[in-house]
Design a protein around this ligand. Structure first.
Ligand SMILES: C[S@@+](CC[C@H](N)C(=O)[O-])C[C@H]1O[C@@H](n2cnc3c(N)ncnc32)[C@H](O)[C@@H]1O
Length: 274
């Protein structure tokens, strides 16, 4: 992974000038290419920095709506944190990721620094994410590396829809024992992650993306203006959705991750949940 500069947004519709910033005042020159793999790479580093590797390893992470498992890959392979994807989509590990996992492991074992890794670390450090590799190799990662069938994943995967899945006993147990619930651009699952985390008094970190106003017509936020005689307005835009989620608990915090596009992370730490 060589962090490259891109002038496109995630949608690819609007070109940005080099003076644009992503919310922390950094210029576009500092940013890697904006795509799902970069988002997850940056989110994983942020999670490790914010919560600590030891804390995350204790109970592991639940990666709700994890899709192809890009975040769980980063957490398990790069940081030795057990992670479980819950998503109705099946997760096949792409050949590219499998090669990346093997290379990373080979370089670690040889004590060599690959270019890919040092470019990544330089980028993360420049953006305040001082994560380091402590060389932990999870058993699941080791099994995946040595698997000739190419079917064994380095992380766990449950093929299910989150809100329904959480009623199942094994998922409830996973929720109770996990260290953290996360969702990167978790679509329809985003609100359920926050609700379930609050219900179980669990720390969480979500990066909201799509709003789906017609699928969730019952969401409202308080507003200064009158809407049909009320001081409440329906949640329609991305900003409305962020405000709506944030208003669920007074300890919910907000930061911007260092990538372009929908980069707001809403989160609570273990102390916030006490
Ligand atoms: C935009 S993708 C993001 C995937 C991944 N987090 C990433 O950043 O690459 C949204 C994902 O949400 C999943 N999803 C939507 N609703 C869900 C639900 N209720 N429970 C679990 N996953 C869900 C979809 O299957 C899809 O994989």
């Amino acid at each position: 992974m060589v962090p490259k500069v891109s002038s496109k947004t995630t949608s690819g519709k609007r070109k940005r000038s080099e003076k644009d910033s992503y919310g922390n005042g950094n210029s576009v020159r500092d940013l890697p290419k904006s795509n799902a793999s970069q988002h997850n790479l940056i989110f994983a580093a942020w999670l490790v920095q914010k919560y600590g590797q030891g804390y995350l390893r204790d109970g592991g992470v639940i990666d709700v709506a994890g899709g192809l498992g890009l975040l769980s890959f980063e957490l398990s392979v790069r940081y030795g944190v057990n992670s479980t994807v819950i998503d109705p989509r099946i997760v096949p590990l792409k050949g590219l990721l499998r090669r990346k996992m093997k290379n990373l492991h080979k370089n670690r074992s040889n004590g060599t620094q690959d270019q890919d890794r040092s470019a990544l670390m330089t980028f993360l450090h420049r953006n305040g994410l001082k994560v380091k590799d402590d060389g932990i190799l999870l058993e699941s990662v080791s099994k995946s590396i040595n698997d000739d069938t190419k079917e064994v994943l380095p992380f766990n995967s449950i093929q299910a829809t989150f809100s329904i899945a959480s009623e199942e006993e094994h998922v409830s147990a996973l929720l109770r024992n996990s260290s953290l619930l996360v969702g990167m651009h978790s679509d329809q699952a985003t609100e359920s992650i926050v609700d379930e985390a609050l219900r179980h008094k669990k720390p969480f970190a979500v990066v909201p993306c799509c709003v789906f106003p017609s699928m969730f017509p019952g969401r409202y936020i308080t507003s200064d203006e009158d809407h049909e005689g009320k001081k409440q307005k329906p949640v329609i835009s991305y900003d409305d959705f962020v405000q709506y989620l944030e208003s669920k608990h007074d300890k919910i915090r907000k930061e911007n991750l260092c990538f372009f596009g929908r980069n707001v992370v809403l989160y609570m730490t273990a102390e916030d949940c006490e």
